[in-house]
Design a protein around this ligand. Sequence first.
Ligand SMILES: Cc1cc2nc3c(=O)[nH]c(=O)nc-3n(C[C@H](O)[C@H](O)[C@H](O)COP(=O)(O)O)c2cc1C
Length: 172
Amino acid sequence: MEREVQDGLKQAMRIYPQGVTVVTTDSHGPKGLTVSSFTSVSLDPPLVLVSIAKGSAMHDVLRNAEAYAVNFLADDQKSVSDRFAGRTQATERFEGIKFAKGTTGSPVIAGARAALECRAWAAYDGGDHSILVGNVVSAKTMNSKKPLVYYAQQYTTTEQMEYPAPPSDIVW
Ligand SMILES: Cc1cc2nc3c(=O)[nH]c(=O)nc-3n(C[C@H](O)[C@H](O)[C@H](O)COP(=O)(O)O)c2cc1C
């Protein structure tokens, strides 16, 4: 019964389109993980959350991090998503990737659509995942590229033209 529900949940989630982010932190060098389970939580205070699999090589690093950045990938960054999705050793994922250190020291990936820098605010148990809630201390929109979207186990993007608003430092 439970197995049936799990399979149904997986199938349903496959047809739920999600943006793709890379959650990064500086822990003995730059580290990151591809994450689609991102959402905003609160405006006052500004909070967001990500859900990280306990089995992931990056789980303990992110759960113990004092700060991390959520990099929203653009549709020309599929290879960046693949690279941070575990096909490369956790210590080597940043090789050849351009990034800048943000105000918290967390890596902000060049070419990302936007980046939210967070300080760890809370962490909750979420079954086989940990739910990390971050307090957003900086939110920057860097360009007007289309977003990278994950849908039906494939990368896609939005049909709409590039977002018409000029890049802005203000996200909220
Ligand atoms: C599009 C996409 C979205 C993903 N979203 C998440 C996520 O929200 N949380 C998570 O823990 N892993 C997510 N993953 C899986 C991780 O990126 C990674 O592949 C997995 O943790 C195994 O690698 P690791 O053990 O080296 O971390 C996602 C992978 C892809 C390709």
